[in-house]
Design a protein around this ligand. Sequence first.
Ligand code: NAG
Ligand code: NAG
Ligand code: NAG
Ligand code: NAG
Ligand code: NAG
Length: 181
Amino acid sequence: MALLLLIAAATAPGLAAGSSSSVINATCAELSSTQPLDFCLGVLSADQAAAEATDVRAVAAAAVNITAQKANSTLRAIAYLTHDLSGCRGYYSKMTRSLADGLADFRAGRFRDASDEIVVNATNVPLDCSISLFEGNAAKDPIDQENNDNQSLVQLAADIVDLFVKKRLGGDQRVTRVRGN
Ligand SMILES: *[C@@H]1O[C@H](CO)[C@@H](O)[C@H](O)[C@H]1NC(C)=O
Ligand SMILES: *[C@@H]1O[C@H](CO)[C@@H](O)[C@H](O)[C@H]1NC(C)=O
Ligand SMILES: *[C@@H]1O[C@H](CO)[C@@H](O)[C@H](O)[C@H]1NC(C)=O
Ligand SMILES: *[C@@H]1O[C@H](CO)[C@@H](O)[C@H](O)[C@H]1NC(C)=O
Ligand SMILES: *[C@@H]1O[C@H](CO)[C@@H](O)[C@H](O)[C@H]1NC(C)=O
């Protein structure tokens, strides 16, 4: 009995498409005009209930159950993402406020304040958002591209403002003059 269980455990999960049961083969053959054969065989053979099914009715029930399980894990992923993205919404709100404050400081000639505000409260926000998503339960960042682009952009803005703090292009010097040099 124990040996039988061991054999079942060892063989069931590893079924490849090439070793599909005849019921699965027949089911997938019937669907060949609408379902790619590899996909059909692969999905069904990988599922224990489907692999052990002895009639099409059991294969169909297994197919619905597989789908329910997968939809459920997508639902969980969406819940995790919703939670983590709402954290990002907080980060980015703070970032936009800091950039507005930084811009006001910059326009008023308070370059150091502008730079501090941007560096301390804005430069790492896109990165922090992205990291929180990758470290979260969903382990992925659906706005990865936006985070990367915005991270590059805020670094650029911070570095340009920093030129004024270091007085490399700031004060009386005009950018056009530098370009003409
Ligand atoms: C199912 O089809 C595959 C080829 O697609 C074949 O290798 C396999 O023996 C078939 N299984 C049964 C039980 O007929
Ligand atoms: C559906 O699949 C899950 C996971 O494979 C399994 O635990 C459960 O018993 C299945 N439910 C039915 C009704 O077959
Ligand atoms: C989906 O997952 C929840 C737990 O996250 C569980 O309570 C529920 O039974 C699952 N539904 C299905 C169809 O597996
Ligand atoms: C960063 O933002 C906080 C408010 O969230 C503010 O108190 C602080 O002064 C800001 N830091 C700098 C350097 O402006
Ligand atoms: C920043 O993110 C916004 C949307 O979140 C996107 O439209 C924009 O292209 C991103 N990158 C840059 C460089 O603005």
